[in-house]
Design a binder for this molecule. Sequence first.
Ligand code: NAD
Length: 498
Amino acid sequence: PNVYAAPGTEGALMSYEKRYDNYIGGRWVPPVKGQYFADQSPVDGKTFTEVARGTAEDIELALDAAHAAAPAWGRTSVAQRALVLHRIADRMEENLERLAVAETWENGKPVRETLAADLPLAIDHFRYFAGALRAQQGGISQLDEDTVAYHFHEPLGVVGQIIPWNFPILMATWKLAPALAAGNAVVLKPAEQTPASILYLMSLIGDLLPDGVVNVVNGFGLEAGKPLASNPRIAKIAFTGETTTGRLIMQYATQNIIPVTLELGGKSPNIFFPDVMDADDSYLDKALEGFTMFALNQGEVCTCPSRALIHESIYDEFMARALPRVKAIKRGHPLDPTTMVGAQASSDQFEKIRSYLDIGRQEGAEVLIGGGVDSVEGLDGGYYIQPTVFKGENSMRVFQEEIFGPVLSVTTFKDFDEAIAIANDSLYGLGAGVWSRSADTMYRAGRAIQAGRVWTNTYHQYPAHAAFGGYKQSGIGRENHLMMLSHYQQTKNLLVSY
Ligand code: NAD
């Protein structure tokens, strides 16, 4: 088998089904209204499968199944649940290449990333939460000689989860692993742009879970997402997506007084302090690599370092080295193992990014490199954009609005305080990068930047054991890390007088 052959073609490692139903109660269940929608690959713009178009009726069926499954799953021992998560991780690992190709074909991201990053990370999240669960501790406090307060972790019950299209399997994993570890049953709604890779995943791992513990209902935001997020039968809604959608999700949740986890948009600053240029070559090399990170995953990353802040004293010298690095980013067929930047995930996203290329020019930003669409031989219908660097001011729309494409906006700063002021002049506060050899600068900048994750002398690492989430309008709550298990649990206090 050829890992790099398109799914379903001669010699391909995996193929999608012609049609996918919803996954409910451990079975493939046709949508109640009988409708399906086309799922297109952004690699070539062609429909490769069709997927159930779920509605409120399908959400109710999934909630029935989840409620039937939740009590028994919640009572399984910690060791049993951990074992199931390990088995899921093992099964995914056995199918690593298939899953990587499935994800690439559906999302357009390079197979080099799905093979080396997305899938291994997703697998590790299951393993991490299997271990984290066993390491979680409760608490007993003795209040007086005869009185004791016990604290128990209880599952929430049935939780709803809604995810975006930029890392379909990884985003599903970030949500599923802690929720399942904590003993909940789940109804998950994938993004309508990328349901198939998650359905393919369910076809591989579904048998490892008791029926009804994970249910996947496909469909569009208002038709399937809203009936889930606003449903009185869920005990929590976890959402990753745009800030505008996050506001709606929060409104729905207020009706039922349930907790929300919101992982929303970003416009992350990547700050290069002057001592970057004084450092040795290997450090400078790393910093230049950090500069190019805006193009990773075609810029479709919530923490995309989409604003670069460069000290004015090093600007010319730094950019003289940085722009050739951007030029050298290898674009091409997402299934080519050497490709570093592939296709944007959908035609809508492609058009949105194109419009920002115009907006940037209209508001006077200078195009330093790129600035247009791209083409890949033999893939005329695909959605390709050149990695683009604008130079401008932080007040411009291309500095303030999330483009979610391989588009970087660069500006300069005079001193530390101005760097922090520019970095924090944003509605968002998700990620940030700080590049300096000075421990003092790293620490002070790291603490002063209003963002949930500040990388220093690195970028785009997402280990399961580091808490992730946003300040300001980038979200509420955190994901990953042992601490986050409690976001999927109730705390029961039993206060006993003996
Ligand atoms: P989106 O908000 O358009 O859609 C996300 C999901 O919400 C989809 O499944 C969609 O069907 C559903 N949805 C849409 N309207 C809904 C409604 N009214 N009720 C319920 N569900 C609804 O976001 P997107 O375009 O798919 O994803 C890109 C966004 O996700 C970017 O803003 C990005 O920054 C953000 N993101 C954030 C993180 C993070 O961890 N903070 C990670 C990845 C992506």
